[in-house]
Design a protein around this ligand. Sequence first.
Ligand code: NAP
Ligand code: G4F
Length: 358
Amino acid sequence: MAKRALVTGITGQDGSYLAGFLLGKGYEVHGLIRKASTFNTYRIEHLFADPHEPGARMFLHYGDLSDGSQLSHLLYEVEPDEVYHLGAQSHVRVSFDMPEYTADVTGLGTARILEAIRRSGIKAKFYQAASSEMFGNTPPPQNEDSPFRPRSPYAAAKVYAYWMTSNYREAYDLFACNGILFNHESPRRGETFVTRKVTRAIAHIIAGNQRLLFLGNLEAKRDWGFAPEYVEAMWLMLQQDEPRDYVIGTGECHSVREFVEEAFNYVGLDWDQYLRTDPRYFRPTEVDLLVADATRARRELGWDPRVTFKQLVRIMVDADMEALGLTPVGEGKAILRKNGLDDPFQLSIALEPLRGEP
Ligand code: NAP
Ligand code: G4F
């Protein structure tokens, strides 16, 4: 019997890679999607088969993380072996504008799913998409024992969700894991996160659609990895004998400025000519420095990232150039092939229309 997974946030960056990864492993995949007035499924379209067709293994269900009764109903209907809870209002800057909504969806959303699992009595394993953002201004390197000092409504909501996950593990013997993932990026990264904003702007500058790139704090440092490698870590956590929490990251960190320099240099443009700062993109409180100590994941999961910072930048710049019909510099695909990451589930990059500057 094929294992059955329920994935919230399946239309997001990680959800789309995870769905592809699980289908590749023979799973039946059920995803929660939001009703929107426009299509929001472009990241998973390449995986979709008409559910009426024999052999279809991916099924989508409407719902929302703010709607507990529907989540409960979904649990009974799907009876999953594994639940990957990735859905969230995941933008840190936006969480300052929408703190209450972020608490509801990103924080309470986790409580709703945990409670739905508990009440259903279904023996589903549970993965919580926790975040390095929870460490806030705790000095690096950060590991599973580092204290949380959240610096945004988003981080505070994730800390609540983290402790709810731990509590359900202890109180109800649920197989529940917090994956404390550091920043991970890809050509499918949302357009308003800084890495994608930069690589997409470069493509639009070359295409003549955009003149300048406006950013906020250039000095913040992040531990940036490649998203497809991170979804494998999520799966590995749920395949262990005992549930535990794991930090996932590369252990290497770079500033936003370094990302910009690397990306512009790759295409031979002088970044100084195109970059401007705009106070709009600064945050009331910033997380200055995140660096993962992923020793536990390496030791217990055998997880080790392969794609380096430089390679990540090249993969993303090339993909954004290709998406606009430009000839990429050309190293991106070779890097993916070299790392064995070029299978169709992982690689498909949906073409996107230009929807104005984010
Ligand atoms: P993402 O691209 O922003 O995807 C978020 C997903 O959540 C989307 O599918 C979105 O649906 C869905 N969603 C948002 N609000 C919802 C609601 N009210 N009800 C149901 N679904 C809702 O995020 P990601 O980068 O894939 O990250 C996945 C998870 O990992 C998130 O929980 C994020 O906070 C966490 N995380 C991410 C990183 C990272 O670096 N990427 C690091 C640590 C933790 P729509 O498509 O309809 O918007
Ligand atoms: O790309 P970012 O918006 O990612 P951030 O805030 O680190 O959050 C991401 O990673 C977390 C894991 O640590 C996830 F939990 C979360 O869901 C999300 O995926 O910003 C990165 C850095 C920040 O320091 C920000 O201040 O880039 C700086 N930055 C500078 N200019 C900018 C901009 N960020 C954005 N989004 N847009 C700018 O114009």
